[in-house]
Write a new protein. Structure first.
Length: 320
């Protein structure tokens, strides 16, 4: 039998945590169908797999923190990851690796990924990558990032790097690289679409329970976000992009209060002037995803309300 590998690489804020939670929770069911999601008990997630392919100096702060939590060394982590993946392919013909850390990879690092997985015995590949419209991506990213920092990239500097990501991965995986639009407000449920893609690739029927397989919405209001931001700024001013248990407790308390009380709160939104800054800065990426038909151009008509001069289907006309 051929050995098949599905690499789910994100991007960020496209439901990766939901997919990974599903894979953990449904692991026994997946394994009964010949599909493995190798995740030793000591690992928080599969992000640690990326240590196999990056130089020590290129490892992210989050990954270094995970290695520190495991009280291990980078060399030992690489050895353990290699062992886990090789053990998995000995038993299962179908394997899933899922981490958005892969989206940070250069073309050279992606080539290492391909070479390694070929070398341990995989024959067929599918790299799945979700792209999200930049304005909603930025809004969701801020909501997530504020949990670990009081500062974040301003809209005029935000860059999803879609062209760069696709160029790096398609260079090594060619037609085995699949881009799927992530549109939470669209007709297709992105999570269900992800399960369909996985099932089709492995010729498997993945179970889905709308109540049990989907986490509750963990978002908070704009007012709640400001409370969290001030908490980080005052109490943890020097901890940038470093999660803290006390911050998480505060967020949980805010969520509980907002859910239990009928309070008229504001939904986090971006002002039109900042939407326009994102559209201008992401001009090249927007042009790329529209020209490749990854998104219906009407999605950008909604985003382009920042200015009547902005044409929804022609990023070249965005005012500078």
């Amino acid at each position: 039998m051929k050995k098949r590998l599905l690499l789910h690489i994100g991007t960020g804020k496209t439901g990766s945590s939901t997919i990974q939670s599903y894979l953990r929770r449904r692991l026994k069911t997946l394994q009964s169908q010949g599909i493995d999601y190798p995740l030793p008990p000591s690992w928080s997630n599969q992000g640690i797999v990326t240590a196999m392919f990056r130089e020590d100096t290129a490892l992210s702060r989050g990954l270094k923190s995970e290695i520190y939590r495991l009280e291990s060394s980078i060399s030992n982590i690489r050895r353990d990851v290699d062992r886990s993946l090789r053990d998995s392919i000995k038993i299962f013909d179908n394997v899933i690796v899922s981490t958005e850390f892969f989206c940070q990879f250069s073309a050279i690092e992606v080539s290492r990924v391909r070479e390694y997985f070929n070398s341990i015995g995989f024959d067929e590949f599918l790299v799945v990558c979700f792209f999200r419209e930049p304005i909603s991506y930025y809004t969701s990213w801020v909501q997530q990032h504020i949990k670990a920092s009081s500062t974040f990239i301003p809209p005029r500097e935000f860059n999803p790097r879609y062209k760069e990501i696709e160029r790096a991965w398609r260079g090594s995986f060619s037609s085995d690289f699949l881009v799927t639009p992530f549109d939470p407000a669209g007709l297709r449920d992105p999570f269900v679409e992800a399960l369909r893609i996985i099932g089709d690739f492995f010729d498997a029927d993945l179970p889905y329970d709308p109540a049990g397989d989907r986490p509750t919405n963990a978002s908070i209001s704009a007012e709640g976000m400001e409370v969290v931001r001030q908490h980080r700024q005052i109490i943890y001013p020097y901890q940038d992009n470093i999660p803290n248990p006390n911050t998480q407790k505060l967020i949980s308390s805010i969520q509980r209060i907002e859910n239990q009380n009928n309070i008229n709160l504001s939904r986090p939104e971006i002002r039109d002037v900042y939407k326009l800054q994102i559209l201008n800065h992401c001009r090249s990426d927007i042009e790329h995803i529209i020209n490749n038909n990854y998104f219906d151009s009407s999605l950008f008509a909604l985003s382009a309300k920042a200015s009547p001069k902005v044409h929804p289907t022609d990023p070249k006309k965005f005012p500078t």
